[in-house]
Design a protein around this ligand. Structure first.
Ligand code: GDP
Length: 139
């Protein structure tokens, strides 16, 4: 059965461009409930740990540098079928390939600086939520 939480980050590019409010409005309008949220900045060490699964990829260094370059919004979102529905809302990794009306189509500028993160499985959603939030910070 599909889980009911996902984990997201509004990445430094979207924060810098002033799109926190626009992204959150789309999240709300799509029926997600905010279970946890914080405005924070990842150290390079934390960003490296979060994206450790991509360590061997050629873009890993660039990704870690970008994700620690400025503040982000981290959030846990709740909805039936949250992971799949949120991936649909954000669109393809590369904004050039993202469907019309998706967050990445509207606000991402490149495959690297692509506005938002969305967990790719129920298992990772839980791991990522617990990476950023204590149990007492989720409601
Ligand atoms: P996602 O699940 O759609 O976020 O995509 P992936 O798990 O494949 O990649 C994680 C993140 O790494 C992406 O969201 C991008 O920020 C970054 N990334 C992926 N591919 C590339 C690339 O070819 N170049 C760069 N610079 N960053 C990339």
């Amino acid at each position: 059965m599909a889980g009911n939480i996902t984990f997201t980050m509004i990445k430094p590019d979207a924060v810098k461009a002033g799109n926190i409010g626009n992204v959150l409005a789309m999240v709300n309008n799509a029926g997600f409930r905010i279970k946890a949220m914080k405005y924070t900045k990842l150290s390079a060490e934390k960003a490296g740990e979060f994206y450790a699964v991509h360590k061997e990829r050629p873009f890993y260094g660039e990704l870690v540098e970008f994700m620690s370059s400025g503040p982000i919004v981290a959030a846990v979102l709740e909805k039936d079928n949250a992971v799949e529905d949120y991936r649909k809302l954000i669109g393809a990794t590369n904004p050039a390939e993202a469907a019309d009306g998706t967050i990445r189509k509207l606000y991402a500028t490149s495959i690297g600086e692509n506005a938002v993160h969305g967990a790719d499985s129920d298992e990772n959603a839980l791991i990522e939520a617990n990476f950023h939030f204590a149990g007492t910070e989720m409601f």
